[in-house]
Ligand binder design. Structure first.
Ligand code: ZN
Length: 364
């Protein structure tokens, strides 16, 4: 049993410009030039912590490659791919499609490398080269829909990997995609909404982003489950959702592989979300997925990186997930102060949402 790890320094060179969080600077509106929320730091620092902690020695490095047009076209329209290419070749670059997803010259190649990296890691897991794996890729992917990018995402990395893995096996592949990013995995959902062989499960802060997606009643052909959790949900609420909905759904669906759109913006210190998962909370959720993966699909579990915007804390969330996958603990969480962040127990209004989502298991 081994754990694959995919990263390339050029992912840090995806240039999202001089923004003010998620807006362009605008002196008239008082918006002072600063950084885009989505910048290289969290990703670079996850990688550096993996190296400095020594965990890198326990991982099987897997190299990314560019996704081809044909591979991207299994998910995205030709127009979208062509526009990203065209804007990427200009002096100042372009935007993914919503004017909050900027990229500099050469952004196409980096986005195609992220999607190609997801394809490579999923194939490494499916082929048995590794049992589990984490693709630390950038730009993220789970918001991108077929015809455009949005929410910092240009290509829908995980969806591209799943679609290509299915195509390679003449459609004979059942996949679960769990999304624990604080934002709704609307892109992955929209791409597989009519696909009975892909079960998409998104746990997210209710109506955070996008504002109009992610509701419980969007079920597609019965293989889409949204769990829109209230702000403030912590380790207890997420564990309850996994125990009551996510794990039973996987057990019932019996996939060939479990995938995760892994965002660490559900952490208690993230600037973009108001959830409270800690690094050890992410490790607990990882352990739950590993256990059910052992039960139903030979342990096959792969994750692609999505959000996570606290440069100080996000690296520990990443490290803790990878430590769990490897089964070795190199470092503790210095921010947990010995007893975790308070208020982690599940609360009645959180459990009420999960209990409603549990009814969706009947669709499977
Ligand atoms: Zn996010």
């Amino acid at each position: 049993m081994s754990t694959g790890y995919l990263y390339h320094e050029i992912f840090g060179w995806h240039d999202t410009g001089t923004f003010v969080g998620d807006m362009p600077s605008d002196p008239g509106a008082g918006l002072q030039p600063f950084q885009n929320y989505e910048n290289a730091e969290t990703k670079r620092r996850i990688h550096e912590l993996i190296v400095v902690s020594g965990l890198i020695d326990e991982l099987v490095r897997i190299a990314p490659r560019l996704a081809t047009d044909a591979e991207l076209e299994l998910v995205h329209t030709r127009d979208h791919i062509a526009r990203i290419k065209r804007e990427s070749s200009t002096r100042l670059g372009g935007d993914g499609g919503d004017l909050t997803t900027p990229f500099a010259r050469g952004g196409y190649e980096i986005a195609a490398l992220a999607a190609g990296g997801a394809i490579e890691l999923l194939e490494a897991v499916l082929s048995g080269r590794v049992t589990t794996g984490y693709a630390l890729i950038r730009p993220p992917g789970h918001h991108a829909i077929a015809e455009r990018g949005m929410g910092y995402c240009i290509f829908s990395n995980l969806a591209v990997a799943i679609a290509n893995a299915k195509a390679k096996r003449a459609g004979k592949l059942r996949v679960v995609a769990v999304d624990w990013d604080v934002h709704h995995g609307n892109g992955t959902e929209s791409i597989f909404l009519d696909d009975k062989d892909v079960l998409t499960i998104s746990l997210h802060q209710d109506r955070l982003y996008p504002h109009d997606t992610g509701d419980l009643d969007v079920v597609g052909v019965g293989t889409n489950i949204n769990i829109p959790l209230p702000p403030g949900t912590g380790n207890g609420g997420y564990s309850y959702a996994f125990d009551e909905v996510v794990i039973p759904a996987i057990r019932k669906f019996k996939p060939d592989v479990i995938t995760v759109a892994s965002g660490f913006d559900s952490s208690f210190l993230d600037p973009l979300g108001r959830m409270m998962i800690t690094a050890s909370g992410y490790a607990t959720l990882t352990a739950k997925l590993m256990a059910v993966a052992d039960e139903v699909c030979g342990g096959k579990l792969m994750m692609t990186h999505e959000g996570g915007y606290n440069a100080v804390y996000t690296p520990f969330c990443g490290l803790f997930v990878l430590q769990e996958l490897v089964g070795k603990k190199k470092l503790s969480d210095p921010f947990a102060h010995g007893n975790e962040y308070p208020g982690q127990e599940s609360k009645p209004h959180e459990r009420a949402v999960v209990d409603r989502a549990r009814d969706l298991l009947a669709n499977l």
